[in-house]
Every structure is written in structure tokens, then in C-alpha cells.
Design a protein around this ligand. Structure first.
Ligand code: ATP
Ligand code: MG
Length: 755
């Protein structure tokens, strides 16, 4: 069939090998994702029912794009393929099976904020020291237990784990985990890790359910397999056990989620689990120029732990990789913004052909400022989700309560918002009463008259009645009508409307936007169930990328390297290549962590198709103070033959700039970044000999200067005049200095000498 013509022989082999276990471990840009996409299309073309195909991707966005491509080959049937992230696919299955596990069908998905808020409450109740029991640490520990399928009961029986906690002075972690799990259960809520953990419980405990899904998903495919954790690995293994039609693709060199429990071993285990696995090698990179592929190979060669792979490109040689140094993070932004404007006009590109990748979200600020300044449109991916904004979470908490009144985090969030006279003391009383009577908070709220006294009983009771009235409305109304009713009757709309500050206005607009989204959902023709409960189902799993109203807009993309996985752009900027930033300070203690940082760099570099820019700043504001930075060791590791150094000097406002000397030293040292780097120190005057002013420097007399003349400047050294503009006495000279590069000087002040 002609769509198979777009594949090379190995790719085609993997696509046509539809039966039995298949594994592809291959380098970046070699067409792994393309193989999965074509394989699904091929299966459907061969008559496999799309309902029998399950494809697991790393992001919702990737799934969406893949579905679009498959649709272009097989048509509307593509809609019926089970495709999405592990979390979204198994949340969907858990909704069907939840009652078996004692959860309501409308169980809530607690997002990270909900989980942490619950943990904070428990840490307080247990009178634990919240420094020792830092909520992020506790959350991470519980998450890692769940991803290794260690239940609270097992945790508390495991001598080794308990001993480790004890030796760290955190002997109560086991109890904390137990209480947290009980509270989630009582609230009818699952956190993110539960979606995988409970799926495992379901498939393990209920053979008939396992059987059902094993027969439903006759063909399984997993992209980015190197980043699956144990919990995900086991789900896939269980589901594939009967038919063994499983195809996984990945690249060990791109494993970047070990910190979240991902395990490269899953790739190695695959061969043990399925001894008759067919392994396909993909060695040709179709994405990038030779230059970029060479550079990427030179990076990853520094890692000791990796599978042997051969990656080559038949694409054009391509331009060298440009390395830029800036004096500050703001200047780095400026250099990049200018480079985008230049490349765009020079090569006739679109803004959407550019991506700026950084190690940490905080780095986006200086980039954004610089882009805004010269009017370049951009979009930030993977930032705070629309659904994470306070006002949106408030309204959604009411929706959550409507469908699951046991959702305690939602209840605590809005019981007194907008204010209705239910103060902290009353909330405390509700919690105590629930504990005393071994019941849920909602039971106390619903029967406030029985459990609480006086005034608080009536305000709490009224709150309960209001939620009950929402439940009645939701039964018979569309998502939009229910949502609008709730927004009005809770007083949220009014509360935000009355706030006329800029922030208040934007919050009001956000609520409007949410309501508009729900309206669109209510009017969709491709779905039958249009209740608010359906709209709400995986809202907690959406990121701001999924809320992208205009995915084809012509904008530069800004994102962390982690979120750039699997993507590609003609021109890529990897910024902030500095020690302690990239590699991150936290990774410098062990080889394993440093190697993960290096893989991250490899991922970043391999996103580029035609042109790659790398940059670093010699000083940067971090955590509120200005720090001197050294270039990243990763720059040293790149094949120097692939690099072009672009070390422009900073445009100085005045020649008497006091920071000049130290910057200059930094700048001179930066030239030597391939050698060991001495620390940047602030000094007053260590101008090299050649620059010590000799006699004859004086503000230049323009009549003697001509384009092409060689000159020496008192401080900038030797250079050549490349342009003169303006009229006397305000003539500006553009001079290319040997060491500093190009600068513009006002001649009446410039201390120059013709040589
Ligand atoms: P990553 O490791 O970054 O996820 P990948 O191995 O999944 O990369 P793809 O994204 O599938 O690689 O492919 C990289 C690029 O190469 C895509 O633009 C894809 O369309 C193109 N490509 C892959 N195979 C071929 C081929 N046989 N002919 C032409 N283009 C191809
Ligand atoms: Mg891919």
C-alpha cells in the first residue's frame, strides 16, 4: 500500500510485523513515533477493529497529533482507537470499574495541589515537624511507593523501608502514608499515582476484569517506553499477556524521568519477558542535519550507561551550531530575540519554526521580556495549567462537590468561599465531629443540625442544601446550564464581577472562558453524554497545552526540555548552558544523576532540524541575587568541529561602566571554555598589556577616519572601521574590534587612534 512507501525497510519491517512482541530501541529522530503511527494505520487497514487497539503516549498532545495522522490514512474510524497517556486511558477504565474497588464512578482525581494540601493537614494533625516532614518530600516518598506498587500496609510491614525512614528521623512516614490513603479513599478520590496503582490492583484482584481488557486490547503499543515506571510496566505486561501483540519503542539515551521513578530497566526486561521478541534497528535520523546529529552523538558518548547505537543522517551537512555568550540572562534573551528576527527574515521562516528550550521554568521570564520588546509572538507550553488558576479551581471545586460530595479537599476549599460565615473554627468542628463519629465531612454538613450547634449549624446546613440543589439540577441539565447555575448561585460570578482590579477583571474573564468551554462541550455533536460530570472527568489531567484554543497560531514555542520530548522544530535555542543550572546543581552528586542531565541535553539538541543555537550567560539572577556563572561542562563535551562561537560584546551604555572590567575578564575567560575554567572574580584593572593606553589616544577627528581603516581604542583594543554614519559632530562609527566584535561609538567621545 502506498502509505508504506514513506518508510525505510527496517521501519516497514516493524510496521508489518503486527503479531507478537516487537521492540525498537533507536536514537532520536529515527522514526520511532512514525512507526507506531503507521503501524496503527496499517492494523486498521488490515481490518483490525480500532476498538481493539491501545496506544499509550507520553502526552495528550502527542496522542492528538498521532490520531490526526492516522485519520488521514484510515478516515473517521481513527476516532475509536484507544489512545492517550497512561493516566488518561486508565482513568477512563477506572471510571467504569471504580465501584469494584469501593470508589464511586464519579470519583475525584486529586491533582498535586489537592494531595499536598491533604498531606499538610495530616502532618499538622499528627503534630509532626513540617520541616522534617517537608510536604514535597513526603509527597515524593508516597508517590515513589505507589509507583513501585507498595501499598500502605506493605510499606508498614517492610523492615528495610521503615529502618530507612527511622534513620532519617522520619519514623512516622508509614503512618502518614496510611492516613493519606485512608483519607483519599474516604473522599472518593484518587491521586495521579493512584490511577496507575489502582489499575494494577484492579487487574490483579479481578481476573474477570483483566480477562475483559486483555481481550479488548488485542494490540498494544507504547511510545517513549524508556520513561515508563514499574507500575506502568506491569499494567502493560498484564494486558499483553494473552495475545502478546505488543510493540514498544524508546530510546535509552532519552530517559529523563528517572527522578519520577522511570526505569530504563524496563527496556532490558522486555527481552527477558518476551524471549521471542523481534527487535528492529533504526539507525537513520531523518530529523536533523549531519551537524546536529554529530553534535548529539558527541554528547551522549560521554555517558557510560547506554546501549550501543549507531545514528547517522543522510540530510544536508547543515550550518554549524552557534554558541553565544551573554553577560546576563536579559542579554541572553535579547540575543535570541534578535537571532529569531534575523533568521526568520533571512530564511523566510515562520515564528512557529522556532523553539526556545530551557532547564527550568523560571528561565522563561527573560526570554519573554526580550521577545515582547521586539514584538515576537510566543506561547509557553507546559506552564501552569488554566485549570490550576485559583478562580477556576474554586468553581470547579463546586462542580466536584456536586458529583462527589465526599470530596473533602473541594469541600474545605469552598465551604466558606464566597464568604458565608463559616469560619475556621466551624470547619475545625466539622472535622473533629467527623473524626469522633467515624464518618465523612459531608455527613456532618448534610446533618449539621444533629452534629453542630447554634448559628454555625444553620450556615453549614444551608451550604449542604445548596450542594444538594446543584445535584438535582445536574441530573436533568446540560453541562453548560448546570455550570452557569452553579456559578450564579454560589455567588462566585458576583464576587469576581465586583472586584474591579486588573487581577479581578482577569479572573472574571477566566471564569467566562471556562463557561464558554463548557458551552462548546454542551453543543458538541459527536458525543451523546453531555452532562457536567462527563466534562469534568479528566479535567485534572489536562495541562495548559490541552487547553490551547489556537494550536496552529504562528508563535515561537517556549518550554522546558522535559516537555519538548518527541517534538521537533526547524530552529532550536537551548539556553542557560551554565554549571549549576544545566547540569542542575542537584545533579552534581552522582554519576547517575549527571548522566540523566546529559540525556536531557541530548534530548534538547535532538529537537532541532536545521539549526541549533546554544547559549549561556556569565551572570544571572537566581533566587533573588546576582550570581556569576560558568559555562556548562556540556559545552566542553560537544565536538568542537560542529561549533561556531559567537561572542558578541555587551553594548555598553557608557565607556565608564564600572562593571566593565569584571565583565571583560569573564568575557576573555569565556573564550577558553574548552579549557578548565577559573572562577570569575571581580577585579579593578587587569587590562591586558596590549590595551594599556599608549600616547595619542584622543577623541577622534572624524576627518581622518574612513571605512576600512585600522584603529586602536584605548580600552577596546584593535579594530577596523566598518561604517560611518551621521553628521558632524555626531558621527557614529561602527567598528569591528578584534577581540570584542562589533561596537558602535560616538566619535566625539571615542578615544581612538589610527594605526
Ligand atoms: P524521538 O526520539 O525524538 O521521539 P522518533 O524516533 O520518534 O524521535 P519521529 O518523530 O518518528 O522520530 O521522526 C522524526 C522525523 O523524521 C519526523 O519528522 C518524521 O516524519 C521523519 N521521518 C521518519 N522516518 C522517515 C522516513 N522513512 N522518511 C521520511 N521522513 C521520515
Ligand atoms: Mg518519538
Amino acid at each position: 500500500m502506498d502509505y508504506l512507501a514513506g518508510l525505510n525497510p527496517s521501519q516497514r519491517g516493524a510496521v508489518e510485523q503486527t503479531k507478537g512482541p516487537v521492540m525498537i530501541v533507536a536514537g532520536a529522530g529515527s522514526g520511532k513515533t512514525r512507526v507506531i503511527t503507521y503501524r496503527v494505520a496499517h492494523l486498521v487497514n488490515q481490518g483490525v477493529d480500532p476498538f481493539n487497539i491501545l496506544v499509550l503516549t507520553f502526552t495528550n498532545k502527542a496522542a492528538k497529533e498521532m490520531r490526526e495522522r492516522i485519520k488521514s490514512v484510515v478516515g473517521a474510524e481513527a476516532k475509536n482507537i484507544w489512545m492517550g497517556t497512561f493516566h488518561s486511558v486508565f482513568a477512563r477504565i477506572l471510571r467504569v470499574e471504580a465501584e469494584l474497588l469501593g470508589y464511586p464512578k464519579n470519583f475525584t482525581i486529586y491533582d498535586t495541589d489537592d494531595s499536598k494540601s491533604l498531606l499538610r493537614a495530616i502532618i499538622k494533625e499528627m503534630n509532626l515537624n513540617d520541616k522534617l516532614y517537608n510536604v514535597n518530600h513526603v509527597y515524593g516518598r508516597i508517590s515513589s511507593a505507589k509507583n513501585n506498587l507498595i501499598s500502605p500496609q506493605e510499606y508498614n510491614k517492610n523492615e528495610a523501608i521503615l529502618a530507612e525512614d527511622h534513620s532519617n528521623g522520619r519514623g512516622q512516614l508509614g503512618q502518614l502514608y496510611m492516613t493519606y490513603a485512608q483519607r483519599c479513599y474516604r473522599a472518593g478520590a484518587m491521586d495521579f499515582d493512584d490511577l496507575l496503582f489502582k489499575t494494577n490492583v484492579l487487574l490483579n484482584k479481578y481476573p474477570e476484569v483483566l480477562h475483559k481488557y486483555q481481550h479488548q486490547f488485542r494490540y498494544l503499543m507504547v511510545d517513549e517506553y524508556q520513561d515508563t515506571n514499574f507500575s506502568q510496566y506491569l499494567i502493560v505486561k498484564r494486558l499483553a499477556a494473552v495475545n502478546e501483540n505488543i510493540c514498544v519503542v524508546g530510546d535509552d539515551a532519552q530517559s529523563i524521568y528517572a527522578f519520577r521513578g522511570a526505569n530504563i530497566q524496563n527496556i532490558l526486561n522486555f527481552q527477558k519477558d518476551y524471549p521471542d521478541v523481534k527487535v528492529f534497528k533504526l539507525e537513520q535520523n531523518y530529523r536533523s542535519t549531519k551537524m546536529i546529529v554529530d553534535a548529539a552523538n558527541s554528547i551522549i558518548a560521554n555517558n557510560k550507561n547506554q546501549l550501543e547505537k549507531n545514528v547517522f543522517s543522510d540530510n544536508e551537512e547543515g550550518e554549524k551550531i552557534k554558541v553565544s555568550r551573554a553577560f546576563s540572562d536579559n542579554e541572553e534573551g535579547k540575543i535570541i530575540a534578535e537571532a529569531i528576527a534575523q533568521e526568520k527574515s533571512l530564511k523566510g521562516l515562520y515564528f512557529k519554526d522556532f523553539a526556545i528550550l530551557y532547564r527550568t521554568n523560571a528561565q522563561s521570564r527573560s526570554m519573554e521580556e526580550a521577545l515582547r520588546k521586539i514584538g515576537i509572538p510566543y506561547k509557553i507550553y507546559g506552564g501552569t495549567s488554566f485549570y490550576q488558576r485559583k478562580e477556576i479551581k474554586d468553581l470547579i471545586a463546586y462542580f466536584r462537590l456536586t458529583f462527589n460530595p465526599n470530596d473533602e479537599e473541594a469541600l474545605k476549599r469552598v465551604i466558606n468561599y464566597p464568604r458565608r460565615g463559616i469560619g475556621d473554627t466551624t470547619v475545625e468542628r466539622i472535622i473533629v465531629a467527623a473524626d469522633q463519629h467515624q464518618t465523612r465531612l459531608w455527613n456532618i454538613v448534610e446533618n449539621a443540625g444533629m452534629y453542630l450547634d447554634g448559628r454555625s449549624s444553620s450556615s453549614v446546613g444551608n451550604f449542604g442544601l445548596m450542594i444538594q440543589s446543584f445535584q438535582a439540577i445536574a441530573k436533568t441539565n446540560t453541562a453548560f446550564d448546570t455550570a452557569m447555575h452553579i456559578a450564579q448561585h454560589t455567588g462566585i460570578l458576583k464576587d469576581l464581577y465586583e472586584d474591579k482590579s486588573v487581577e479581578g477583571l482577569s479572573r472574571y474573564e477566566n471564569i467566562q472562558e471556562l463557561l464558554n468551554g463548557i458551552k462548546e462541550f454542551s453543543e458538541r455533536e459527536d458525543i451523546e453524554e453531555k452532562g457536567l460530570d462527563v466534562f469534568m472527568q479528566d479535567i485534572a489531567l489536562l495541562t495548559n497545552d490541552d487547553n490551547d484554543k489556537n494550536p496552529n497560531a504562528d508563535t515561537v514555542s517556549l518550554m522546558t526540555i522535559h516537555s519538548s520530548k518527541g517534538l521537533e522544530f526547524p530552529v532550536v535555542f537551548v539556553v542557560g548552558l551554565e554549571e549549576n543550572l544545566f547540569p542542575s546543581q542537584l545533579s552534581l552528586n552522582s554519576r547517575t544523576e549527571l548522566e540523566e542531565e546529559r540525556r536531557l541535553f541530548y534530548v534538547a539538541v535532538t529537537r532541532a532540524e536545521k539549526k541549533l543555537y546554544l547559549s549561556y550567560a556569565t551572570s544571572r539572577y537566581r533566587f533573588g541575587s546576582l550570581n556569576n556563572c560558568e559555562p556548562s561542562r556540556f559545552l566542553d563535551e560537544l565536538n568542537p568541529a560542529c561549533l561556531e562561537l559567537d561572542f558578541r560584546p555587551k553594548e555598553m551604555k557608557s565607556e565608564n561602566n564600572s562593571a566593565f572590567n569584571s565583565e571583560r575578564v569573564a568575557w576573555q575567560q569565556a573564550d577558553t571554555f574548552t579549557k578548565p575554567k577559573p572562577k570569575v572574580v571581580k577585579t579593578t584593572s587587569i587590562l591586558p598589556k596590549a590595551h594599556v593606553p599608549s600616547e595619542g589616544f584622543k577623541p577622534s577627528d572624524t576627518s581622518v577616519l574612513e571605512v576600512g581603516m585600522e584603529v586602536e581604542h584605548e580600552r577596546f583594543g584593535f579594530g577596523k572601521v566598518i561604517n560611518l554614519e551621521g553628521n558632524k559632530p555626531d558621527i557614529k562609527a561602527t567598528i569591528f574590534f578584534k577581540e570584542l566584535g562589533q561596537k558602535q561609538l560616538l566619535l566625539k567621545f571615542a578615544k581612538l587612534r589610527v594605526v
